[in-house]
Write a protein that binds this ligand. Structure first.
Ligand code: HEC
Length: 198
């Protein structure tokens, strides 16, 4: 029995030694890998974390035809902030919502062939007339005075594009009126991409 136990002990000892010998190169390998990772990690750290987080998101969100990605992340917002008092901000936003409704109505009428009606709506609710409507607001609520000159120009361009569209649509020329639409909608987009008020 004693001899058997001794043999078993010896066998175990041999096995353990072999196992140790077998794992030691592997350990060296792991160690070497660790060194590589350690060397690589400072390079990764040179790119600031927020930038790395943003880049892939921009690529996945961006639709092929849109020039800018739509995202709720405020850190993306590169539009110039135009500060104006609350009454002016509310007045501008209210006008904007009406412009959206009016534009929708214009497109509907146009597709139904009611070209003159589309022209009337554009003239009254999107055209230069809207600019003058602002003078009826209390002085503090008139948005234009807070706009930088470039933004005022964009605003005026937008009203003019609508009035031009209206002038043509009122003649019943559906084809030319339709061709002028991108100029009108483009004016909305141009300003929205450049400015924000909050
Ligand atoms: C001169 C610049 C300018 C033009 C032109 C313009 N917008 Fe705006 N619009 C703005 C600004 C600034 C905001 C507010 C953005 C923000 O919330 O910071 C806005 C906001 C809006 C909103 C959101 C309103 C709300 O309740 O927040 C709608 C809808 C809108 N615009 C529609 C239009 C449409 C439709 C047109 C074209 C027919 C148009 N806009 C043309 C500057 C413009």
């Amino acid at each position: 029995m004693k001899a058997a136990a001794l043999l078993l002990g010896l066998a175990c000892a041999v096995l353990v030694t072999r196992a140790a010998a077998a794992t030691s190169p592997a350990r060296k390998g792991v160690g070497a890998q660790k060194v590589i990772i350690k060397k690589a990690s400072p390079v990764k750290k040179t790119v600031p974390a927020p930038v790395r987080a943003r880049l892939p998101a921009a690529k996945t969100v961006q639709p092929a035809t849109a020039p800018a990605p739509a995202t709720p992340d405020a850190s993306y917002d590169e539009r110039e902030l135009i500060k104006m008092p609350s009454p002016a901000r509310l007045a501008l936003r209210a006008e904007m919502r009406d412009r959206m409704v009016a534009l929708d109505a214009v497109l509907q009428r146009l597709s139904e062939g009611k070209v003159e009606e589309a022209g009337q709506i554009a003239q009254l609710r999107l055209g230069v007339a809207v600019w003058w409507n602002h003078t009826q607001l209390p002085a503090v609520a008139q948005p234009e005075q807070y706009m930088p000159p470039a933004m005022q120009t964009l605003a005026l361009d937008g009203y003019k594009a609508a009035t031009d569209f209206a002038t043509v649509a009122l003649t019943g020329d559906r084809h030319t009126a339709t061709a002028m639409l991108p100029q009108l909608t483009g004016s909305c987009t141009q300003c929205h991409q450049a400015y924000r008020i909050r």
